[in-house]
Every structure is written in structure tokens, then in C-alpha cells.
Design a protein around this ligand. Structure first.
Ligand code: ATP
Ligand code: MG
Length: 357
């Protein structure tokens, strides 16, 4: 059964309990664009307590219920009205309702407020279908107010414009510029998630243009994006922005970014491919204009894969160099072999070492 077939069964099951349920959001928007979105969001008049009674619920958070249905997870959101706003991000209060249109009106953009019922019919009271056709992102209601309620919508708008290749309605575009400072109140984690999606897009460069046009680089604390080289992995863009301590990165990511900065400034060399794991090596290759397959082949065919492959043992080395310099010299030997300056042959290595002194 496909995700869509499962979702439709779920809608039918909720209906049997005398409640309304629809597929909504990105899935329907992308369905109308002829693109399959793997993430299916569902909205319903059934409240979270009832959902828990009838379905296998994994978690529930402010009326958003993640439930397991025929082996897949679905996010099912109870129809609601949202009242007020705190920290320019969250509603002060949510009130459940059984009115679909009320629920659709609290959503961000008209293209994200299109529904599909269990007969795969489109229900579109706010006119989102037309926006999809015209490739336009239009806010539901007054853009200024909607961005004040939740400033993350600024970045969502830019992200959708980038990934979908849609344009921003002029009133939304103006509101973004006017309200851009509100992004300061949004958590770096959420901002990073949206920026990641922009950086990962095949249209990332257009995303940067939009960020610049809307004067968002300073408020996002990423002025260096202006001159960044765009590689097709977000970490390779982040590493050029100098925000390792501002945005949340794991220890491992920070280590990688430091390493990538070092590699970026030096000429291509096989030693980096040798000392890195395959994933890291692929990213280094990306920076140097080499494809994934090419790096895999290069890595598999290196003259040595590790120190044990070097045709001289540490005992043998000790005959020529003091013990405390063994490790240093191993590294020099590795580099010489990998850069093609030295053959991996005992006599050659010994000769070469003598010349180094
Ligand atoms: P995609 O899944 O492709 O990223 P999406 O539109 O489905 O896009 P989600 O983040 O999955 O985005 O959210 C599902 C739906 O919930 C949206 O389509 C929109 O209707 C609503 N929504 C999500 N975030 C917001 C928000 N910050 N403000 C208002 N509505 C929102
Ligand atoms: Mg979605």
C-alpha cells in the first residue's frame, strides 16, 4: 500500500467515527504540481483524546498527534483557531474547532491550505490552487500580521520560493523586508533547519539572491553568505559563514567544518582522501569539483589504505630514526607515497628517509 492509500484509509476510518478528516499542506500542494511529497499531513475535527482512543498514538504535542497507521507514521492535526502570539512564534492559545475553514485560515500560505478528501477531490476554499498554477506564494490574510504572529514564516516563504521556484506575492515580499528584525526572536535551531533546506536545494543560489533582496543576511548573522561558494552540501556552505558558535552544530559538525576550511584553502591532494572516512572524502571531492563515484574509485585504489600497508615496520624504522620521531616520519612517508613522490617499497623508503635528513 502506498502512503497515499494508507492516508486515504485513515481519512475513511476517522469519518466512520463521525469526524471530518482531510489531507492538507505540502502533500496536496505538490500533488497539484505533479510532484510526490513523501510527507503527508492530515487535519481533522477529531480531538487528540479521541484520536488516542481509536489509534495507536506515538506522541501528541499541542493538538498535533503522531500516530501509527498500517505501519506508517502520520501527523494528524486537530482543527484549531489560534489566538494571540508570544515571542513572535507561538500562539498564546489554541482552541479546537470543527470548522475546516477556520483551521485553514490559521495556516501560512494559501498554497499550503488546500485539502484533499478520501475521494481524492480537492477542497480549496481559500483559492490556493490558483496560486499553485500561477507559482505564487500568497499569505492568508494580512502579511504583516501573519509575520508578526510567527516570524518563522519569513524563512518558510523564502524556503518555498527557493525550492518550488515560486515567486513571492509583492505584499508578502514587502512585509518580509519590513518585519525582518523579528527573525532575531526565532530560535537558531529553527532558522538553521530552514536555511539547511535552502542550502540543500538545487536552486540554493536563487535562495541566496532572495535572502539578499529581502535584506535578511544581517539579521540572520550570515553576511558572509554573500561571497560564499555554493557546494551542494549545506555543511560546506555553513563552514564559510563563520557561525560555528552561533548556530547549533554538533561537535562532529564543528570538527568537520574546521577541517573543510583547511582543505578549501589548499590544493587538491590524495592525502585528504586517505585520512578521511568515505563520507568526508566525498564532501572534500565536492569542493574540488570531483564526483562521488570518482572519489569512491580514488579511495579504493589508493596506493596505501592505512599505515599497516606501508612496506616498512616501525622496528625497521627505528634503525634510522629515534623512537620519538617515528610517528612524525610515518606521516611524512604516507604523504610522500600518496602524492606519488615515493614508491611503497622498503628499499625506496629507506633511501628516501636518508635523503630527508
Ligand atoms: P513540506 O512538508 O514540503 O516542507 P509543508 O507545507 O507540508 O511543506 P509542514 O512544515 O510539513 O510544511 O507543515 C504542514 C502544514 O502546516 C503547512 O502546509 C501549513 O499549512 C501548516 N504550517 C506549518 N508551519 C506553519 C507556520 N509556521 N504557520 C502557519 N502554518 C504552518
Ligand atoms: Mg509537510
Amino acid at each position: 500500500m502506498t502512503q497515499l492509500q494508507k492516508a486515504i484509509l485513515l481519512l475513511k476510518e476517522i469519518k466512520q467515527h463521525n469526524h471530518q478528516a482531510y489531507i492538507v499542506g505540502g502533500f496536496v500542494r505538490d500533488y497539484l504540481r505533479g510532484i510526490q511529497n513523501p510527507d503527508i499531513d492530515i487535519c481533522t475535527s477529531m480531538d487528540p483524546d479521541l484520536l488516542k482512543q481509536y489509534f495507536k498514538v506515538k506522541e501528541e504535542h499541542y493538538g498535533s498527534t503522531i500516530l501509527m497507521f498500517h505501519g506508517s507514521y502520520f501527523e494528524v492535526t486537530t482543527f484549531r483557531r489560534e489566538i494571540g502570539s508570544k515571542q513572535n512564534r507561538y500562539p498564546e492559545k489554541i482552541i479546537y474547532t470543527d470548522n475546516l475553514e477556520e483551521d485553514l485560515k490559521r495556516r501560512d500560505f494559501r498554497m499550503n491550505a488546500i485539502c484533499m478528501n478520501e475521494k481524492r477531490e480537492i477542497i480549496d476554499p481559500l483559492g490556493g490552487k490558483d496560486d499553485v498554477k500561477r507559482k505564487q506564494i500568497v499569505c492568508i490574510g494580512d502579511p504583516i500580521k501573519r509575520l508578526e504572529e510567527d516570524a518563522l514564516r519569513i524563512l518558510r516563504a523564502i524556503r518555498f520560493a527557493t525550492t518550488l521556484n515560486f515567486s513571492l506575492d509583492s505584499s508578502l515580499s514587502e512585509a518580509i523586508i519590513q518585519k525582518r528584525d523579528l527573525l532575531k526572536a526565532i530560535s537558531y535551531q529553527r532558522k538553521k533547519e530552514e536555511l539547511n533546506r535552502i542550502f540543500s536545494s538545487s536552486r540554493a543560489i536563487q535562495g541566496r539572491t532572495l535572502l539578499i533582496e529581502h535584506q535578511l543576511l544581517d539579521v540572520l548573522e550570515i553576511p558572509n553568505l554573500k561571497n560564499a561558494v555554493f557546494y551542494s552540501h549545506p555543511l560546506l556552505i555553513w563552514m564559510q559563514l563563520g557561525v560555528d558558535e552561533i548556530y547549533p552544530f554538533t561537535k562532529e559538525e564543528k570538527k568537520q567544518m574546521k577541517y573543510f576550511r583547511k582543505c578549501m584553502g589548499e590544493p587538491w591532494n590524495l592525502y585528504r582522501i586517505y585520512e578521511s572516512d568515505l563520507q568526508t572524502a566525498i564532501l572534500i571531492g565536492m569542493m574540488k569539483g570531483k564526483g562521488k563515484e570518482e572519489i569512491k574509485i580514488l579511495k579504493n585504489n589508493l596506493p596505501i589504505q592505512n599505515r599497516q600497508d606501508i612496506k616498512i615496520t616501525s622496528d625497521e624504522l627505528q634503525q634510522f630514526i629515534p623512537v620519538e620521531k617515528i610517528s612524525y616520519n610515518y606521516k611524512k612517508i604516507e604523504q610522500a607515497i600518496l602524492t606519488g613522490k615515493l614508491k611503497n617499497k622498503k628499499t625506496d623508503i629507506i633511501e628516501w628517509l636518508k635523503k630527508q635528513k
